[in-house]
Design a protein. Structure first.
Length: 405
């Protein structure tokens, strides 16, 4: 089922606020961008700090707002801030900042970051009518336009000091639309597709204290969810217990047991185009749950009876309805043989076979190595890399499979 994708989902927006009375509106703009699924990094000029404080933006975005080039000894802020941005929006932008952007002055954190930017830029000017209409400002705006910067506004309306005229900050919705247009629609076959990702290790409770579980941290599944969202997918992440932050722009369903994971996935799957199951689902659960802590000396712990959990992926494979099914296989030996067997038995299109007996792959670490095996015979080896990059390779394969449908 294809639905209009939110192009800002999973995108990282740099929001630069400069010193004008309209700076107070930037807090709402940050909110609107977050609602659209973007992550937002705010940056304030010194003058903006006289109108609104960094704490406002830190509270809204959950991200520290650095105030000067030397504020962080661990990183070089202007380089880092510019490189992580998918799009930058300057709102409000004063005549002074427009002039600096046009000329290329880099005398503080905002302007140094601006000079580093290699992403689409949106500028929303706000100033008094005379300043906006001044030949110098108009020439600077023309320079920015020639360089591909999108200018949104200014509007006509009430200004500072009781004046009315051209120079008012554009409406929030117009600025968000300009940011969307600057990012552009995703041309990925995943754009607008419904994607289910599972992550983490299920926990099967024995009593209020103990459970049967495994070592999955959720990192691989979360990386997949982020990547699919970044490509425009509408992602439902079904997450077994973990310590990770919910990815922005992704609908997260927190579950504990295999049965809970199954019931959420089954409720979503009819609308899904892609399912990627990186979760480590416990194969067995205790036959009985004790709602009282089992005493060590009762003897009951030494003979816990287990029953088999439903195989969620095999169930989806039996009722595929044209969707792309991706499984993961956590193996220690004869990895590819076991992977191929699971690919066939569970009716998958692709299986990602990863080793869980190496220090730099599998459970918990940020890196992985894998062999991707397709039902159509394709095989692709991914040597040691980050889980984020492996997620990119898996999504590339899924895109190919979708394009063949
Ligand atoms: O979470 P991390 O710390 O980042 O670690 C990542 C990982 C090692 C957990 C991940 O990369 C991985 O290999 N996940 C699958 C682990 C696993 O359960 O493998 P399996 O071979 O037991 O199962 C094969 C496939 O069937 C998996 O996609 C699994 O989600 C699915 N399955 C298994 C059992 C079951 N009852 N229902 C299922 O759907």
């Amino acid at each position: 089922m294809t639905v209009a994708p939110e192009v800002l989902a999973g995108r990282h927006v740099l929001l630069v606020v400069s010193g004008g009375i309209a700076a107070y509106k930037s807090a709402n703009l940050a909110r609107a961008l977050l609602r659209a699924g973007a992550s937002v990094q705010a940056l304030l000029t010194a003058a903006a700090g006289k109108f609104v404080g960094p704490a406002t933006f830190e509270g809204l975005t959950g991200r520290h707002v650095p105030l000067d080039v030397f504020s962080d000894t661990g990183q070089v802020p202007h380089i880092h801030l510019a490189r992580e941005a998918d799009v930058a929006v300057f709102a409000p932008t004063t005549a002074n900042l427009i002039a600096k952007l046009a000329v290329g002055i880099a005398d503080d954190l905002v302007t140094s970051t601006a000079l580093m930017l290699d992403c689409p830029i949106v500028v929303a000017p706000a100033m008094h009518t005379e300043m906006w209409r001044h030949a110098a400002t108009q020439a600077n705006v023309a320079t920015l336009r020639r360089r591909g910067v999108r200018i949104v506004g200014p509007d006509d309306g009430p200004l500072a000091a009781g004046d009315v005229g051209e120079g008012r900050l554009a409406e929030e919705s117009a600025i968000v639309d300009a940011v969307r247009a600057a990012v552009g629609p995703s041309d990925s076959p995943l754009a607008g597709r419904r994607v289910i990702v599972s992550a983490g290790g299920t926990r099967e409770p024995i009593d209020p204290v103990r459970f049967v579980g495994n070592r999955s941290s959720g990192k691989m599944g979360y990386a997949l969810a982020r990547e699919a969202a970044r490509r425009g997918g509408r992602v439902d992440l079904v997450a077994a217990p973990n310590h990770l932050d919910d990815p922005v722009g992704v609908r997260v369903h927190h579950v504990e047991t295999a049965e809970q994971m199954r019931s959420v996935i089954v409720s979503l799957v009819d609308d899904a185009d892609v399912v990627m199951k990186a979760a480590a689902v416990a194969d067995f659960r205790p036959a009985q749950y004790s709602d009282r802590k089992i005493k060590k000396d009762s003897g009951d712990l030494a003979q816990i009876k287990l029953v088999e959990n439903p195989d969620i992926l095999a169930e989806l494979g039996a009722r595929k309805a044209g969707r792309v099914l991706v499984g993961f296989a956590a193996e220690t030996d004869l990895a590819e043989d076991h992977g191929r067997e699971k690919l066939r038995r569970k009716g998958l299109d692709l299986i990602v076979v990863n080793r869980v007996d190496m220090a730099d792959a599998g459970f918990s670490v940020d890196t992985n190595r894998a062999v991707l095996i397709r039902a159509d015979g394709g095989r692709r080896e991914v040597p040691l890399t980050t889980k984020d990059r492996l997620a990119g390779v898996v999504c590339d394969e899924v895109e190919e499979l979708l394009a063949q449908r």
